[in-house]
Design a protein. Structure first.
Lengths: 266, 304
């Protein structure tokens, strides 16, 4: 007997989709596999070893870049998340107001303007400030990262806030809670998963940034991604794979956690 | 009474701007404000060692598309720039088409899974997207280098006797961009397919439509907004791509992003770099406007 007619079937779609998933993961898997290579090739397998992790761990440039990456990502995501929470409180669950369109355009601006254009404009602007003030510290990078992290932090926080029930807050003010008490005891605890999700997204986005960092950084301010970009000009050893694998692991853990956090909304 | 509510509205307004101020300050300082300075810089004269001299000049905008011969002072189109513009457009379009060819069936596949497993499939699509772009580009590079996995495998199988040069070609840039931006195509197409009503497909088959007819006349028109959104989401970052062509293009196959960078490095022509950046921004804005109009028309149609 013939198979029942499946209305959802489209010839060739399933194999193409499977191929797509394989191609999406194959390069990453190979990259991870060769980070454990005992030899110094990234194509010939010479046995399992952790030597490249050890050499990356002991590499002082890598250590400094890692610390710098984490410092920038922590500071930038903290700044961006705080600003995004306040902005979301001001723009969600309110009647339309004057200037709304312009504010949304400004918040989403980093998503619409190509990264290279933002990078160039920051290079020019910060070069002017550096000449005027002589300050060449990390704050340029932190502020630049905070700016492009804001839309990413704002989205999950706003989504969470929109899904929240107003009645609890109304009940609190009916019971003579001050606005601050209502916010502290009612709004903030309910909003917390959204805030955490936004902060994690901002952290990952900052940690992974290459283009803007490459243009804004002063001499000797490499983050992990810009350090790796610099290494690609040289003869590549599996040490780059080892650093990549560590970064991948960090991103994947944060993204999967974000996925489950933003799902509990329902 | 009305005085009271007016006062309350004034307080509300003040609180709103107070709450918005940290985000707006950061964005104006480190995103929107500097863009205005780029506009100013594009009308100045290049400094001798980078930077600018404060003399007004149209030269930067002029040399985006034209050049003056050094000896004869003859005006010609700037072939070097135009060929890079052309390459950027061509590769971005080809990448968008390739991402559609792979992304559409993948989105369809996920949307036709049982409801419970769809989220898991989507997570599989999104995980690579949220991992470092440089690392994914680097993974492609390792795959297709002369001594990379693909060539090693082909040599070992005896299919070829010398490594194929795949890296540092336009093909490798396109491959890298498809790989990097594919999730941006799948996501919106899946979003519009998820709500798709398959009883329409059943109706199509009842009326003797072939599978191809059902796909092109029933499914595709209804998920078109998702396809347009996906195409824009892929096309726009491709136009401004910098890392992928730098790593996979090997210095010869520049795209717009690399041409811009060059003006701030070896080129020492900041005004030209500023003018090129604004040109890129203008092209992106045109693409976005096109998308807004297309999305708006679809919205009107579904209401009418």
């Amino acid at each position: 007997m013939a198979k029942p007619f499946d209305i959802r079937k489209q010839t060739g779609f399933t194999p193409l989709a499977i191929l797509c998933f394989v191609l999406l993961y194959l390069p990453i898997i190979l990259l991870v596999v060769y980070s454990f290579n005992a030899g110094s090739s990234i194509a010939l397998w010479e046995g399992f070893s952790l030597r490249w992790y050890a050499s990356a761990w002991e590499n002082e440039a890598v250590q400094a870049a890692t610390i710098r990456s984490v410092v920038i990502a922590s500071a930038a995501s903290a700044l961006a998340t705080t600003a995004a929470v306040l902005a979301a409180l001001a723009t969600t669950r309110v009647k339309p107001w004057r200037g709304q369109g312009a504010v949304f355009a400004l918040i989403n601006q980093p998503l619409m303007v190509p990264e290279i254009v933002t990078a160039v404009s920051l290079l020019i602007f910060f070069a002017m400030i550096k000449v005027q003030t002589g300050y060449t510290g990390l704050w340029y990078l932190i502020l630049a990262h905070a700016a492009f992290c804001i839309p990413f932090a704002y989205m999950p926080i706003r989504a969470r806030l929109q899904g929240m029930d107003l009645t609890l807050e109304q009940a609190a003010s009916d019971l003579y809670a001050t606005p601050w008490q209502t916010f502290r005891r009612i709004t903030l605890p309910q909003l917390f998963p959204g805030i955490l999700a936004g902060a994690m997204l901002a952290f990952v986005i900052s940690l992974d940034d290459v283009v803007i960092t490459e243009f804004v950084k002063s001499a000797g301010q490499d983050t992990l991604p810009t350090y790796m970009l610099g290494q690609l000009r040289r003869n590549i050893t599996p040490e780059v794979n080892a650093i990549s694998t560590a970064l991948l692991a960090a991103s994947i853990i944060l993204v999967v956690a974000f996925f489950f956090l933003s799902r509990t909304r329902k | 009474m009305s005085d009271l509510s007016a006062a309350r509205r004034a307080t509300e307004r003040r609180n709103r701007w107070l709450l918005l101020s940290p985000a707006l300050l950061i964005l104006i300082f480190a995103a929107a404000g500097p863009l205005l300075i780029v506009v100013v810089y594009s009308f100045l004269t290049p400094g001798d060692y980078g930077g600018v001299k404060p003399d007004f000049s149209w030269n930067a905008w002029f040399s985006v598309v034209m050049e003056r011969d050094f000896f004869t002072e003859e005006l010609t189109f700037a072939d070097a720039h135009l060929s890079i513009f052309w390459r950027s457009l061509k590769l971005s379009l080809m990448t968008t088409v390739a991402a559609f060819v792979f992304g559409f069936p993948t989105a369809y596949f996920i949307a036709t899974r049982p409801k419970r497993s769809r989220d898991a499939w989507m997570l599989l699509i999104m995980i690579p997207f949220w991992t470092n772009l440089l690392i994914r580009t680097f993974a492609i590079m390792e795959l297709i280098r002369a001594e990379g996995t693909v060539n090693t495998l082909l040599l070992w199988l005896g299919i070829i006797d010398a490594p194929i040069q795949m890296l540092f070609t336009e093909f490798s840039i396109m491959l890298g961009m498809v790989y990097v931006y594919l999730p941006l195509m799948v996501l919106p197409i899946y979003a519009s397919m998820e709500r798709f009503d398959f009883s329409l497909v059943e109706a199509g088959y009842d009326l003797y439509a072939t599978r191809w007819k059902v796909l092109s006349k029933v499914i595709f028109p209804l998920v078109k907004p998702g396809v347009i959104a996906g195409s824009i989401l892929v096309f726009v970052p491709c136009l401004g791509a910098y890392v992928t062509p730098r790593v996979l293009g090997g210095g010869k196959n520049l795209m717009l992003g690399n041409l811009i960078e060059l003006q701030f490095g070896q080129g020492r022509n900041w005004p030209l770099g500023a003018a090129l950046s604004l040109t890129l921004l203008a092209i992106v804005m045109v693409a976005l406007l096109f998308y807004v109009r297309a999305a708006g028309q679809d919205g009107e149609k579904s209401h009418g």
